[in-house]
Ligand binder design. Structure first.
Ligand code: B1N
Length: 830
């Protein structure tokens, strides 16, 4: 295919191909064998697939490194401003397949391997699961786009030794095991001990007068740890540009002259080492009660302190003064997890570099911008004040000073409004005292943005109305986007080739060009090809489902897919209520004709989130009952695919007919799975929540299955006194479904197992399932009906893809660069 033509990235045809880094099949072949021998240390004859994977990956890394090194001068030119994307999570997915695609050498690598199975090798890679879900994956998509669009950028984060846990299903329940992604080694990263940073923790502060007679503060810690960076360069798509993912790993301070080391307490020193290394040991799951988790606060501070110091180092090395820090770096805070950076930069400038407070504050405010990713009150970070003060004594003083000055300003604008002051304050003093990280991020940033139009409105009106009163200009929206390279080019090669053949191959870096497909939406031949590819993708997934779960599904049935973290607000259990509804109908009327469907679920529940785990059990219980029951005549199959992650997602998206985006309106900030599924030709059944609103706007209301309460209606319903029991009692079919669950049919006669779930739905129903049930089930009926009209469905599917241009992460990154970061891309080499 043209896309993989190496001429696009390789030197001019007449230039001799570099023997170490050339891209032709011949040179690639030599490189593979070279690395197999010299780096992996295996003779060809005895090499196993793992060895080949390593050799290929190293050869690819060589080629990325060369781009990285070539770009070095440009990156470090004195007038280049770069973005630092600070994120506690990055979820890049396996690197090899994507890097081959981005370098444009997939076909050449296949040719170089002459008959060996490249896909087998690609499939061997352990993915770095250094994130929970959407937020971490978004960070990875943005790195892909930053590299592709040639922006100078670094992603800073934590090199967790254990990423998100691996999920197995035992007896229908989720079982967690540790993710040992580093066990086979990681060829993509390079350790940089020479750029290590020392980080202080705990202790107390002291004041002193410096040699100029100025009043200063110093922080005497009771512990220090060393942060060692591991660098993974990320190459752009068919571009000579790279960005860096720099992840910090905690190590013990070797030569730090703390008491134990001097006393010759060898075992004490080893204990200290173990203690230090704990900091980057494990990723915390979201939806977990994090309040009071000292280690989590230490993690946040650890990676932020290392990253800020790294930027200061780079700034000074480039011959600049810290007066110009904000001209060299703009720092994006990916939610509040890195918000302590605001206080840390102040500490560095004021305490270490003796800058006057006002000057330092001006630089700090010009440096940071903050993205909010959630409105859920339980997800808004706040740290108990005593804990905060004991981990970060100096930062607490700085936060107080930031707050004092900020609230003085507020008082002059809103004299006498002490309630407003209390709401705006960085310190929550309504009961037990807390540091509110969102308020710190707000006060310390020049811009705050939400991640979808609706969400950004709610950030203004619901979350930060007082900040909005104060300074409405600070609020922006940047609707999320996803990289079409990984989520279409790499995961759906069949569709990619079809689109290439139809509109050429430039759309992967210019996604708006997909619109040219609209002209083919009604073309019978094109529709045939489109359906054939979808069927192939579904057959492939059906094989994976059979191999991984033993369940046999029919590839011609409607693949109805909900894959995402398990959470009550995402309402996987609403989906289950629909499945049971169909089941009940079939039991009542054995001859009923319905559209055959395969319901597929995937997703992890936070280990401490009981309801979410019970939802997983319910899905599996319903699957067991339904899949076995001959009365269902294979019309319904229910599958829970364990251990949903980026790699599995890449197999699932291309096979989806229907995308379930059914969160309670106002709860899902954006969603990004919704975009990836639609980009692969799935139609959406969804509420007016998050980015669904914009997806529907783009693809057209007639190509989207809308149901349910709007966010305003949901708010009104709650305000008027919501009684979920009324809905249940007024709808015999719904009542039947709830009774069926309570009857023990899905739990071997145990009538209590799912009671916490059903009782919650009847008594509280925080996420309004009872209110949305009937509209949802009716909408699903329209879906089933529409699917029977194959041509019309295919037309809608094509139009969905054709109109997804907006949701490319390239568009999102350009918006950040233009409106928030004021960043220019590198000019290409001549
Ligand atoms: O961020 C995604 C959005 O598309 C999703 O709608 C949103 O739910 C997700 C605490 C989070 N918000 N907040 C988190 C992650 C980890 C953690 O420890 C909160 N994730 C989101 C990208 O914008």
């Amino acid at each position: 295919s043209k896309k993989s033509d190496p001429k696009k990235t390789a030197p001019a045809p007449d230039a001799p191909e570099h023997t170490r880094t050339g891209m032709s099949p011949e040179i690639l072949k030599a490189a593979f064998i070279d690395n197999l021998t010299l780096a992996v240390g295996r003779p060809l004859e005895t090499a196993v697939p793992e060895d080949w994977y390593q050799a290929i990956a190293l050869s690819v890394r060589d080629r990325i490194m060369q781009r990285w090194v070539r770009q070095f001068e440009k990156r470090n030119a004195p007038d280049v401003r770069q973005v630092a994307y600070l994120s506690a999570e990055f979820l890049p997915g396996p690197h090899l397949g994507n890097s081959l695609l981005n370098l444009g050498i997939t076909d050449n690598a296949r040719e170089a391997l002459a008959g060996q199975d490249l896909d087998l090798y690609i499939g061997l890679e352990e993915e770095p699961g250094l994130g929970n879900g959407g937020l971490g994956r978004l960070a990875a998509c943005y790195l892909d786009s930053l590299a592709t669009l040639r922006y100078p950028a670094t992603g800073y984060g934590i090199r967790y030794e254990f990423g998100i846990f691996d999920q197995a299903i035992k007896d229908g329940w989720q079982v967690e095991t540790t993710d040992k992604w580093l066990l086979p080694g990681n060829v993509w990263e390079i350790k940089r001990p020479n750029f290590a940073q020392v980080v202080k923790i705990g202790g107390h502060t002291e004041t002193f007068t410096d040699q100029h007679g100025a009043f200063r503060v110093r922080w005497i810690p009771d512990r220090v740890v060393v942060g060692v960076p591991y660098d993974t360069p990320i190459v752009g798509y068919l571009s000579d540009s790279c960005v860096l993912l720099r992840l910090w790993s905690a190590e013990a301070a070797q030569s730090f002259d703390f008491a134990d080391f001097n006393r010759g307490d060898y075992y004490g020193a080893v204990e200290e080492k173990v203690f230090s290394e704990n900091i980057s040991k494990v990723l915390y799951p979201n939806d977990e009660q994090l309040e009071g988790k000292r280690l989590r606060l230490e993690q946040q501070y650890f990676f932020v302190a290392c990253s800020i110091k790294d930027m200061i180092r780079l700034c000074l090395r480039r011959g600049s003064t810290l007066e110009r820090f904000h001209e060299m770096f703009c720092v994006q805070l990916n939610d509040t997890h890195p918000a302590i950076a605001v206080a840390e930069l102040m500490r560095q400038l004021v305490d270490k570099y003796a800058m006057p407070w006002e000057r330092a504050w001006d630089i700090t405010r010009r440096t940071f911008s903050y993205t909010n990713h959630t409105l859920l009150p339980e997800a808004l970070e706040k740290w108990p004040l005593p804990l905060f003060g004991s981990v970060l004594p100096r930062h607490l003083e700085i936060v107080y000073e930031i707050n004092r000055r900020f609230l003085d300003e507020v008082r002059t604008r809103f004299p006498g409004d002490e309630d407003k002051i209390a709401r705006l304050s960085i310190i929550d003093e309504s009961g037990e005292k807390y540091v509110r990280m969102a308020n710190l991020a707000m006060v310390g940033s020049h811009t705050v943005n939400g991640v979808a139009e609706l969400h950004s409105e709610l950030v203004k009106t619901q979350l930060f109305p007082d900040f909005h009163d104060l300074d409405p200009k600070r609020f922006q929206n940047v609707t999320n986007g996803v990289t079409p390279r990984r989520f279409l080019g790499l995961s759906n090669p069949g569709l990619t080739r079809l689109i290439d053949g139809c509109i050429g191959d430039s759309w992967l870096s210019d996604l708006d060009r997909l619109r040219e497909l609209e002209a083919f939406a009604g073309d019978a031949g094109f529709q045939q090809d489109w359906m054939r590819i979808k069927l192939e993708n579904k057959s492939r997934l059906a094989r994976i489902i059979r191999d991984r779960t033993g369940v046999v599904v029919d590839p011609t049935s409607l693949f109805d897919i909900q894959v995402k973290r398990i959470h009550e607000y995402k309402r996987q259990h609403l989906n289950v209520l629909h499945i049971i509804t169909l089941y009940q109908r079939l039991k009542h009327d054995p001859r009923l004709q319905i559209t055959p469907r395969t319901f597929l679920f995937g997703g992890k529940a936070a280990p401490g989130y009981y309801m979410a785990k019970l939802i997983i059990k319910l899905i599996n219980a319903v699957a067991d009952t339904v899949n076995q029951d001959p009365a269902v005549r294979d019309l319904i199959k229910v599958v829970f695919l364990p251990d949903y992650n980026v790699k599995h997602a890449q197999n699932i998206y291309p096979a989806a007919d229907l995308s379930e985006q059914i969160s309670t309106a106002g709860k899902e900030a954006s969603g990004t799975g919704n975009m990836k599924l639609s980009l692969n030709g799935a139609l959406t059944i969804g509420t007016l929540d998050g980015a669904n609103v914009e997806i529907r706007e783009e693809v057209g209301a007639e190509n989207f299955f809308l149901f349910g309460l709007t966010c305003e209606q949901a708010a009104r319903l709650r305000a008027d006194g919501y009684n979920p029991g009324d809905y249940c009692h007024g709808d015999p079919e719904l009542r039947g479904v709830i009774e069926l669950i309570d009857s023990g049919l899905f739990s071997h006669g145990d009538r209590e197992l799912f009671r916490p779930l059903t009782a919650h739905l009847l008594e509280r129903d925080d996420y309004l399932l009872m209110a949305d049930y009937r509209p949802y089930v009716n909408c699903q009926q329209q879906v089933g009906h529409a699917y029977r009209d194959c041509q019309h469905w295919t037309r809608m599917s094509i139009l969905n893809v054709a109109r997804m241009g907006k949701f490319s992460s390239d568009r999102a990154v350009r918006e950040y660069a233009a409106n928030i970061w004021k960043l220019k891309p590198f000019t290409p080499d001549p």
